[in-house]
Design a binder for this molecule. Structure first.
Ligand SMILES: NC(=O)c1ccc[n+]([C@@H]2O[C@H](COP(=O)([O-])OP(=O)(O)OC[C@H]3O[C@@H](n4cnc5c(N)ncnc54)[C@H](O)[C@@H]3O)[C@@H](O)[C@H]2O)c1
Length: 257
């Protein structure tokens, strides 16, 4: 049976690790040719080699417009015009606002929010020319609720949801659907760094932080990268063709608490 993404060309930023790596792998299993694009070019190439199915691994810094344009050009040349973009590149840095260095704020906003804008801008011409396309922005449940010590991260993710809604309206006439996913806590390098930094800042043990994180959702457990990848595959597929500007929670129900 043909996969749901048969023949599509997909770019996944942050594709070397965590949610991006799992999403790219699932897209390839669903028949897409996937470009894993990441700041860590070597890890992106390793992920592409592991996944196979004609995948491509390449370096990109989503904060640098020239780098993003070069990445989109390389994907176009190797795989063809882009049908699907997943913006998964992201960083998490924690600090109380009263202590937060300006540089920390700028860096988090640059990667998580400006990076999402730049990668979208780079692939939109392909999608507009085809009169079809999907953009899936990995936001966070922190884009819907506040998180002490994570104000920069939370602000960046609220921003991603605002960007998603605005772009969705802009490109609806071109049949480009733009949606976001809001995951709850997931054990990835980003998640684990956030929990470690949280323990340091609050001056408590990591075990105390983990008890809180695990108990935060009504389902009472962490999520997995595969759960997010499955939502991304649904949004990118023809099964989801009358939804745009939405932000889907994959959060164990945190939003209700
Ligand atoms: N893990 C969680 O708990 C969680 C929860 C909600 C949302 N998210 C979001 O999911 C997305 C993926 O995070 P993850 O948990 O898989 O983390 P991860 O650390 O496993 O992966 C993030 C990837 O982004 C890459 N990256 C960082 N800066 C980059 C840049 N400037 N240019 C290109 N690539 C860059 C990293 O090299 C890394 O491979 C992020 O946007 C994150 O905010 C994660």
């Amino acid at each position: 049976m043909a996969g749901r993404l048969q023949g599509r060309v997909a770019v996944v930023t942050g594709g070397a690790s965590g949610i991006g790596a799992a999403t790219g792998a699932l897209f390839a299993a669903e028949g897409a040719r996937v470009a894993f694009a990441d700041l860590d070019a070597a890890a992106a190439r390793r992920q592409a080699a592991t996944v196979g199915h004609g995948s491509l691994g390449l370096g990109v810094d989503v904060v640098d417009e020239d780098s993003v344009m070069a990445m989109a050009g390389a994907v176009r040349e190797a795989l063809g015009p882009v049908d699907i973009l997943v913006n998964s590149a992201g960083i998490m840095r924690k600090a109380w606002v009263k202590d937060m260095p300006r540089a920390l704020w700028d860096q988090v906003l640059a990667v998580n929010l400006t990076g999402t804008f730049l990668a979208s801008k780079a692939v939109l011409p392909d999608m507009i020319a085809k009169n079809a396309g999907r953009i899936v922005n990995i936001a966070s449940i922190a884009g819907k609720v506040g998180e002490p010590t994570a104000s920069a991260y939370s602000a960046s993710k609220f921003g991603v949801i605002g960007f998603t809604r605005s772009l969705a309206i802009e490109v609806a006439k071109h049949n480009v659907l733009v949606n976001a996913i809001c995951p709850g806590p997931i054990a990835t390098p980003l998640g684990e760094q956030g929990w470690r930094e949280g323990a340091e800042i609050e001056g408590v043990g990591l075990d105390r932080i983990m008890t809180r994180v695990n108990g935060r959702s009504p389902l009472g457990r962490l999520g997995t990268v595969e759960q997010v990848a499955r939502m991304a595959a649904f949004i990118a597929s023809d099964d989801c063709d009358f939804t745009t500007g939405s932000a889907f929670n994959v959060d164990g129900g945190i939003i209700m608490t």
